[in-house]
Structure formats: structure tokens, C-alpha cells
Design a protein around this ligand. Sequence first.
Ligand SMILES: *Cc1c(COP(=O)(O)O)cnc(C)c1O
Length: 501
Amino acid sequence: MIGAPHDDALARLRAMQAADLPVHGGRTLAYVYDSGLPDIDRIGREAVAAYAGSNGLDPTAFPSLLQMENDLVGFAADLLDAPDTCVGTVTSGGTESVLLAVQGARDSRPDLARPRMVLPTTAHAAFHKAAHYFGVEAVLVPVGPDFRADPAAMAAAIDEDPDRTVLVAASAPSYAHGVVDPVTQVAAVAAARGIRCHVDACIGGWVLPYAARLGRSVPAWTFAVEGVTSISVDLHKYGYAPKGTSVLLHRTAGLRRPQYFASAAWPGYTMLNSTLQSTKSGGPLAGAWAVVQSLGDTGYELLSRETFEAVDAIVAGLADIPALSLAAAPDSTLVAIATDAGCDAFTVCDEMAARGWYVQPQMSYAGQPPTIHLSVSAATNAHVDDFLTALADSVAAAQESGPVSVDPGIAEFIGALDPATLSDEDFDGLLAAAGLVGGDAAGLDLPERMAEVNAMLDLASPAMREALLVAFLDRLARPVRQRTPERVALDAAKATTESSE
Ligand SMILES: *Cc1c(COP(=O)(O)O)cnc(C)c1O
């Protein structure tokens, strides 16, 4: 073997991974989705490994990848009541699916200099990323008191400039509140004006159809709804596939066409892409294919049953913790929990982490206080009692320690800051003051308790919050330079070659 003993790197990986959130065990209630079925996991991972070197750049060179993509798109189309005209693409994730839906809508109207899209305020941040990347103005429409999109208000927003409006979106469900938008009405508004309507079912698309089969009441949101032109659904969420796959479906091939990119304007191969990536690993596609083939409708229905059992038990259990309430009754598998004034939501998150549970803090937005997000998956069902005990204990601990106090002077200062006027040095100072990085702005010393940091971020304007976190990420992402003896020798050789030139 060249280099270090060949299993040394793998042993080191395993050691490093111990610091990460666990992806198994059902105790991580965001970022990961755990079927609780070790065989399914193994099959997915073996498929990823088998295809890690295959290149999805050219489906004629790797026809098995084309086959797998068509199988997955077909499965999704069946699940989502698509007509026979439906086509689709497997992408790297929900964000890429949303990006492509927006890019396709924009490029269906090359005549427009300033395209716009109309979104409920609860639409996923991926739409804002798409607006930023593709120069499509995002027109945000406030949602109703139930956190669902307001079709009349969306219609009014479209009608301010219908010709420039290339897309209307709805969520099934929204990530932050877990409720399904009134897709029938939103799609009707779009269709009446000849505008595309994308349903972002990234997180609910693989579980809501089974919820309906289990007899739960789910408002219509699929291609069965007239006027829905595209739907995104992630396989790496409730498809329980390894990370790196989502499906973007279009009602017709014509709607998909502007998504494709080809370039023969160079001397190499003609580049022909359906996604943002060009060379792309076959691994995630194969992993998703293997998991979907193995679970099938029967498996997904069973997993959905488990997941909804857990959701129902959590909802019932919340009634016994007076400081907590539902921000909205969940339409799907996401639970948003609000806390009363005597219980700090961010502290509850820290206390849960100390008890081995990861729940996700959501900052205040548009006048709504912070909430705690849960993405419940099948593996959580076996541990719901334990979860509820941990939650009750965490609430008691948060009540005991009282609200996180941010010095009023600092609060006022942060609230008044305009990120555009701040220098790098200002950000270093602020990050240090917030406890996010050390004074020297170096190293990965992440704070153990986040409540104080979150409380401070929560006071900042959204623009300031973005700027602070970007500065934080910038400070974290710094290369590790290694002065190994081999490297020193290489550099010495370079120096000799240069001097002899
Ligand atoms: C997760 C999610 C996305 C983005 O998906 P990624 O896979 O994280 O890129 C988009 N929309 C909704 C509703 C989501 O839940």
C-alpha cells in the first residue's frame, strides 16, 4: 500500500465521526431520517459504494444509471398521481430540485428582463437561494394565522404584475410549521393566469401519500390538483435513502425542456446536463434506487405508520407539559413546538442535547416567537416515552434557569446594526462577543450551549443574522496546512527546480 496503512484513514474517520450527531437511533430530529431498519441502511450504503465511481454525466456511457433514474421518477410519478405525460429528473437534493424549478420557470420566459415569483413567507429558503442565483425576484406573501398560504393574497400579489410572474409556489408541508398549503386554491390562481405552480413537497412528498392510505386526512396537493405543474420530493428525507437525492417532476416534457443545458461552444465533448452538476457520482442514485426497490409501497406504508404513531404520541404527550404547545397541528411528520414566556425555547434545545436528543431551534420570524422543530422519523417511535420524559425534564430545567438574558445595551446595539456597514474586524469582534469563535477567530471550538448565542442571533434583524452566520462560517472554513516531512522535501525540490531555471 501507498502511504499510511490502508485502514488507518478509515479508523481515523470513525474516530472523527464520533463527534457528529448520530444518524441512527431516532434521537436526531432534524437533518437525518432513520428508518430504524439496519438492512435497509446496509443495502443503501452498499449501493452507494458500488456506484461511487460511476459518472452520471453521460447516460449513454452508464446506461444503468439512466435505468435507475427512470425507475425512480416512475415510482415518484405513481406516488404523486402524475398523468402519463409526466417526466422528471433525479437531483442531488431538495435545494437543487427547487433551484431547477425556478430556473426552468425563468428560462421558459426569455423575453422577461425582470422575472418574479410569488411565494408564501413560509416557503423554504431554497427559493431565496434560487432568487439570488437566477435573478428572479421573490415576492413574499404573508400566510394566514394558521401558517398556511393565503390564496387570495397570492392572487393579489400576482396581479400586481402578472406578466412578469413566472412561478407560484406552495409547500406540502412547510418545513417550519409542518402544515400543507391550500394547493388546490393556489394552483387554481396560477392556472387561471397561465403561470407555473411548483409544489415543494421535498419533505412531505414521500410520506403524505402513505398518510392518506393510512386514513389520515390530507388536503389535496399532488398532480391530482389541476394547475400543479411541478413537484419536488426528496428521497434523502422520508424516502430513507442515503444523502444526495431528490426528484423533480414536471407535468409535461415541455415544462421540463428549459431545465436542460447543452453547450457545444468549446472543443471538448458537447456538455449536456439536466441538473446543476455535470460529472456526478452514481452513488446517491444507486443508493436511493436500492432503498426504494427494497422498501416498495409496503415498506413505506409500514414506516409511515410507525412515524405517524410517533407524531400522534408526541402531540398527545405535549398536552401534559403546560409550558409547551403546538405552533400548528401537524399535517405531516413535522412538529413545531412553541414555549410559554417562562420557558426559553433555545434553552430547551440545549437541555435536550444534554439528554442525547437533537431538536432544532427556529428563530423568531415576522412577529412569531421562536419554536422548536422536530422531523419525526420511523425510528423515533420506539423511544417516544423516553423523548417525552427528556422533554419534560428539559422544560423543567429551562424554567429553573429562567429566560436567557441578553444585556439590554447589547440587544439594542445588535438590533440597530446594519451589516452592510460592518468591516471584517467588526464581525470578528461580534462573533467573539457572541461566543461563536474565540478572540483569534480560529479553530473549531464550537460552544457547547447555544442558547445564549441563539438568543443574541434572535435579536438581530434577518439581514444581520445572515451576515453574522456567514462571517461565522467563513471563520470556520479555513484550510488545515500540513508540514509533513514529505511536504517539506517537495517544497525544497520545487525551490531547487525554480532556481535552476
Ligand atoms: C429539506 C427541504 C428543502 C431543501 O432540501 P435539501 O435537501 O436540504 O437541499 C426544500 N424544501 C423543503 C420543504 C424542505 O423540507
